[in-house]
Design a protein. Structure first.
Length: 291
C-alpha cells in the first residue's frame, strides 16, 4: 500500500528513537501492539539492543540473551537502563533492563565485538526453495484460500503488519496438505527500513523481525495453525549475529522446533540473506499449556 496509507510507514524511525533521560537510561514512547493488547517482544529486543549499543565504542553486537518477565502495557513509556558489565579490548558486555511503571519487563545481556580474523564455515541455505518473487504475500494467499482457512481464525494476519511475509509452503503451514512438521521456512522483510541509511541500525531491526513466527512453530504438531489455539508465550529469546544485512531486503528464516514437553516448547532459527549468507542464529523458549 502507499506509504501515506501504511500505518507502519515510520516504524523504523519510531523503533530507533530513544530519548536519553540519564547517563545510561533511555526512554521510548513507541508501543508496538502484539495483537493481544501487549507490547510485541521484538520491540524490547530491538530497543534493548539499541540502548546497549549507545553506551559502547560503536561495535556491532555479536549476541544477545533476553528474558521476558512481564507483558508490557500500551499506555505507558518504557525506560531502558543499561549497566556496563565489562569493557575489554575486543568485547564489551552490557546488561539492559526495561522498566514500565516501576516494574521490570525485560532483562537482556548483550555482547559487542570489535571484529577479527579466524577460521570460517556456515550452514548452507537449502537450495531449491522458491524466491520471494515467486510467492504471494501472506494476506493475498489467505484471501485466495478463504474458503479453506476460516477468516475468523486468521483475522490477525489481515491487519496491517510491519513485516512482509511470504511462506515457502503455505499449504503445509496451514495444514491443508501433507503431514504437519515442526518447521517453517519463510521470507520476510521490513519495507519501512529502506528509509534507514546507517547499516548498523539495521541490526536492531533484524532483531525485531527475528521474534516473528519463531516460538509458535513449537505448536505445529499440536493443533491447527491458528491464533485461536492455546498460545505459545515467549519466556526467552537468544540471537547470535554472524553478519550484516539490511532489514528492508528479503531474508530467509528457517525455523524448527526439536522439542516440546512439560509445558514448554523450544525453537531455533537460521536467518539467511538472498546470497545465502548466514546472518543470524536464534532460539526461543515458550510456555505451552492447555486451557
Amino acid at each position: 500500500m502507499p506509504a501515506t496509507e501504511d500505518p507502519f510507514a515510520s516504524l523504523a524511525e519510531d523503533m530507533l528513537r530513544l530519548d536519553p533521560i540519564g547517563p545510561s537510561t533511555f526512554r521510548s514512547g513507541h508501543m508496538h501492539d502484539n495483537s493481544q493488547g501487549a507490547i510485541f517482544g521484538g520491540q524490547f529486543l530491538a530497543q534493548g539492543l539499541l540502548a546497549a549499543r549507545a553506551t559502547t565504542p560503536g561495535w556491532a553486537a555479536n549476541s544477545c540473551s533476553a528474558y521476558f518477565l512481564r507483558a508490557g502495557r500500551l499506555d505507558s513509556p518504557i525506560d531502558y537502563e543499561v549497566e556496563t558489565v565489562r569493557d575489554g579490548r575486543s568485547f564489551a558486555n552490557r546488561r539492559v533492563v526495561a522498566w514500565q511503571a516501576g516494574k521490570p519487563l525485560f532483562d537482556m545481556l548483550c555482547s559487542f565485538y570489535s571484529g577479527g580474523e579466524g577460521p570460517s564455515h556456515q550452514a548452507a541455505a537449502t537450495t531449491g526453495l522458491p524466491g520471494p518473487e515467486e510467492l504471494p504475500p501472506l494476506q493475498d494467499w489467505l484471501g485466495d484460500n478463504a474458503d479453506r482457512v476460516p477468516r475468523e481464525e486468521v483475522k490477525s494476519y489481515f491487519q496491517p503488519l510491519p513485516v512482509e511475509f511470504r511462506l515457502t509452503e503455505p499449504e503445509r503451514t496451514f495444514h491443508l496438505s501433507g503431514e504437519p512438521e515442526a518447521r517453517r521456512d519463510f521470507w520476510m522483510r521490513i519495507p519501512p527500513a529502506q528509509r534507514i541509511v546507517d547499516l548498523d541500525l539495521h541490526q536492531p531491526l533484524i532483531a525485531f523481525a527475528s521474534d516473528f513466527w519463531l516460538g509458535p512453530v513449537a505448536n505445529e504438531l499440536h493443533g491447527p495453525p491458528f491464533p485461536a489455539r492455546y498460545p505459545a508465550l515467549t519466556t526467552s529469546h537468544h540471537i547470535a549475529f554472524h553478519g550484516s544485512a539490511r532489514a528492508d531486503e528479503w531474508l530467509l528464516y528457517r525455523v524448527e522446533s526439536p522439542f516440546a514437553g512439560a509445558g514448554m516448547g523450544f525453537t531455533r532459527g537460521l536467518l539467511f540473506d538472498r546470497e545465502g549468507r548466514l546472518i543470524a542464529s536464534t532460539s526461543q523458549e515458550v510456555v505451552m499449556r492447555h486451557g
